[in-house]
Design a protein around this ligand. Structure first.
Ligand code: ZN
Length: 230
């Protein structure tokens, strides 16, 4: 869809990402929220809107302490995203974070049920090398075990904020949090990097679900066969 804003403006980027993620099945039924920060301005998609139809002017803009800077046109009667408290917490606790995506991808929901504890773990997968180690400049290595904390879902996003904060403090190397039977939050230094990581997390969660179905353990360190080309 043509945007009346510049190509690299959050009012172009976020509606475009909404359509991409909707087409992946990550934002059905108005679910999820996307956000980009530029300077002290945090842009967030609205609540209760068909995500594939979000337009540039529909975004809410606020400061990091929650003060409104710019609102959508009043006649559209749009509401602030219910995810706003969680998105604000992610920016506050992660210095250098400039994008936060919350999506309801089925792979995240499935791993949150197949891993009934407080952590999802996977190792020896090429795609974990796309995932940043928290706020550091380092990425996970192929041989590392990548851990994603899992928190319990509640009726409202407000109620999840406390456990989300605790999980981020307990796992400084994570760039994502799984919410059981709900979805995932992913964040990072730029909208492009977070898009890459969100796709990689989704891929890894899908691989892990299929491994479980095939009786394979995603946490197990594989042993190369005798005579292998190592
Ligand atoms: Zn949600």
């Amino acid at each position: 869809m043509e945007s009346k804003y510049p190509e690299d403006h959050p009012r172009t980027i976020l509606p475009d990402l909404c359509r991409k993620f909707y087409s992946l099945g990550w934002m059905y039924g108005t679910g999820g929220a996307l956000s980009v920060r530029t300077g002290d301005k945090i842009y967030i998609t609205p609540s209760g809107v068909q995500k594939e139809l979000v337009q540039g002017e529909d975004l809410f803009v606020q400061t990091s302490d929650g003060t409104d800077i710019d609102l959508p046109p009043a006649e559209k009667k749009l509401k602030k995203s219910t995810c706003t408290p969680l998105i604000t917490v992610v920016y506050r606790l992660n210095e250098g974070c400039n994008a936060v995506y919350h999506v309801h991808n089925t792979a995240a929901v499935m791993v949150s049920m197949l891993w009934p504890g407080t952590e999802f773990r996977i190792t020896h997968q090429k795609m974990i090398q796309c995932i940043k180690k928290g706020n550091s400049d380092k990425h996970f290595d192929y041989y590392d075990t990548m851990v994603v904390p899992i928190i319990e879902n509640k009726s409202t996003e407000d109620e999840i904020a406390e456990s989300m904060t605790a999980a981020m403090l307990d796992y400084p190397e994570t760039s994502a949090i799984l919410i059981r039977r709900h979805g995932m939050y992913v964040w990072g230094p730029s909208w492009q990097k977070v898009k890459c990581m969100a796709e990689s997390f989704d891929y890894l969660f899908n691989v892990a679900v299929q491994m479980k179905q095939c009786g394979l353990d995603p946490e197990k360190i594989p042993v190369a066969p005798e005579g292998a080309y190592t």
